[in-house]
Design a protein around this ligand. Structure first.
Ligand SMILES: *[C@@H]1O[C@H](CO)[C@@H](O)[C@H](O)[C@H]1NC(C)=O
Ligand SMILES: *[C@@H]1O[C@H](CO)[C@@H](O)[C@H](O)[C@H]1NC(C)=O
Ligand SMILES: *[C@@H]1O[C@H](CO)[C@@H](O)[C@H](O)[C@H]1NC(C)=O
Ligand SMILES: *[C@@H]1O[C@H](CO)[C@@H](O)[C@H](O)[C@H]1NC(C)=O
Ligand SMILES: *[C@@H]1O[C@H](CO)[C@@H](O)[C@H](O)[C@H]1NC(C)=O
Length: 461
């Protein structure tokens, strides 16, 4: 079940030493749920599994006897719910299983020089107690690492009943629990080390999630600090701003929480910007029919009075591009966004060539809210401020006030309603194959967004 918990947190690889931009918190509630599901899974699994054959020797006064146990089946197993807790001391988890009882059956065979014997057997293993401590760490390259610190296993009694051939009262079966624990920890470790550093989010962005510090354990939770930085796949350019530290609140009521910082959002915006994906060519055909303005020089009279006289009756287009990376500002309750863009206006000659007219500087400030409803992440935005200034002109100076008013109306009447319709539909929360988030909530804090959730494991097998 430890595997399940850790694999569920699998987010990982390589280092940097910078402040984590994403923090993942596993609470005691999450740990106990993971353990409960894991224990049920192990109980089910044990009842269906055929164990590998066991071969070995045992020494007697008369010499060495070879034995084989084959076709081992667990006929009954009481797998008591283990006790699992966070261990601050060992920076890991302490698992205790007490009073595990199992009944097995199978075939046995022995060989002593030329003497062979065999038959079937029933075995009862009684009172197995195991205490295991594993610690979590971080490798130089930022992978999460797991290590078995200690393991104590005790079996109070093994009763074996052999049928066919002679009877041996030897306890020929050494129940090797701790080596098995050690082996599964090593398997988990090699799986963790094989995990990827970076995930492609879409065609433009990748997300890097190595641990930037050691896992932090407290009696009530485990906190993993991840780099959480988006990059343009094409440029992999480092943004000119840095990740600031933030402190996740204690959220004992939810199994898992993730804190995503302003830096993480801004690195995504910077990734788009550095890949030059934040530009659009606006042509007349893109303007809604109902909008009382069209992109041609004749209709520009109220805004650029000289234009209809200089170049009458020509269609126009606008090349809009971000001049700086858009910046998110995350504050209690709001996720606001400032976009600075240039708008280059051109007229299109009848032979198709573009005549540059003027360039405007636009600053758009949006105020947004985010929340989770019906298992979907939703939001809404409003326009906080919009300014338009003249940066350069090929057709002589003009005042931008009217143009600014018209654009502002356009954004509020046509742009935002469309965006808000999409945001109201929302986006499914990310989910894993067999795990559904339930009771999820999103809160916007000073500098970061927290998503907290319980999980429901549907069907592990
Ligand atoms: C790791 O990343 C590589 C390339 O990005 C991909 O081909 C591979 O499938 C990934 N492996 C895992 C385990 O996700
Ligand atoms: C220019 O746009 C106006 C509306 O703003 C429209 O009435 C007119 O027909 C358009 N002219 C051309 C040449 O497209
Ligand atoms: C297109 O026409 C304009 C004037 O009507 C002229 O100045 C320009 O050179 C022409 N461009 C091309 C590519 O023919
Ligand atoms: C963010 O947007 C909200 C909603 O419009 C607004 O009330 C708030 O003042 C904005 N915050 C900043 C810092 O601009
Ligand atoms: C909008 O921004 C401009 C320039 O930054 C500022 O002068 C103006 O007061 C702002 N308007 C509002 C309503 O915040």
């Amino acid at each position: 079940m430890l595997q399940l918990v850790i694999v569920a947190l699998m987010l990982l690889p390589y280092t940097c030493g910078q402040n984590p931009a994403i923090q993942v918190l596993l609470t005691n509630k999450g740990l106990q749920y993971g353990k409960h599901v894991g224990a049920g899974w192990i109980q089910d699994m044990l009842e269906h599994v055929t164990l590998p054959d066991i071969q070995g020797n045992f020494n007697t006064l008369i010499g060495t006897i070879q034995y084989t146990l084959s076709g081992l089946k667990i006929t009954k197993c009481d797998f008591p719910e283990p006790n699992v807790e966070f261990s601050e001391t060992f920076s890991g988890f302490k698992t205790t299983i007490t009073g595990l009882n199992a009944a097995l059956s199978g075939g046995w065979a022995i060989k002593y020089y030329t003497i062979h014997g065999g038959g079937s057997f029933d075995m009862a293993i009684l009172g197995v107690d195991v205490t295991s401590v594993v610690s979590l760490g971080r490798n130089a390259d930022g992978h999460l690492s797991v290590n078995s610190v200690s393991c104590d296993g005790e079996v109070q009694d093994v009763n074996i009943q052999l049928y066919g051939g002679s009877r041996y009262s030897y306890c020929i079966f050494f129940f090797q629990i701790c080596p098995a624990v050690q082996k599964s920890v090593e398997e988990l470790e090699s799986r963790l080390q094989a995990m990827n550093v970076s995930y492609a989010v879409n065609q433009v962005l990748s997300l890097e999630l190595p641990l930037t510090r050691l896992p932090v354990f407290s009696p009530s939770n485990l906190n993993l600090g991840l780099k959480g930085e988006f990059y343009s796949i094409q440029t992999h350019a480092e943004p000119p701003f840095q990740s600031k530290p933030f402190t996740m609140p204690d959220l004992p009521g939810y199994m898992l929480s993730a804190g995503v910082s302003e830096f993480s959002l801004n690195s995504a915006a910077y990734g788009y910007f550095s890949a030059k994906k934040l530009q659009i060519l606006i042509t007349d055909s893109m303007i809604p029919k109902l909008f009382p303005f069209h992109l041609n020089t004749s209709s520009m009279g109220p805004y650029v009075p000289q234009l209809p006289k200089l170049l009458p009756g020509l269609l126009m287009n606008l090349n809009v591009y971000a001049t700086e990376a858009p910046m998110f500002s995350v504050q209690s309750g709001f996720v606001n966004l400032t976009v600075q863009a240039a708008v280059k206006a051109s007229a299109i000659e009848s032979n198709g060539s573009n005549v540059p007219l003027f360039t405007l500087k636009a600053v758009v400030m949006l105020g947004g809210k985010m929340w989770i409803a019906d298992g979907r992440m939703k939001g809404s935005v409003m326009l906080n401020n919009f300014t338009l200034t003249l940066a350069s002109t090929e057709v002589g100076p003009f005042k931008t006030d009217n143009l600014e008013k018209m654009c502002k109306n356009g954004i509020e009447l046509f742009g935002l309603p469309q965006v808000n319709k999409k945001l109201a539909e929302g986006m499914m929360l990310p989910r894993m194959k067999h795990v559904t988030p339930v009771n999820s909530v999103l809160t916007v804090e000073e500098g970061f967004i927290t998503i907290s959730s319980d999980a429901q494991v549907l069907d592990v097998l």
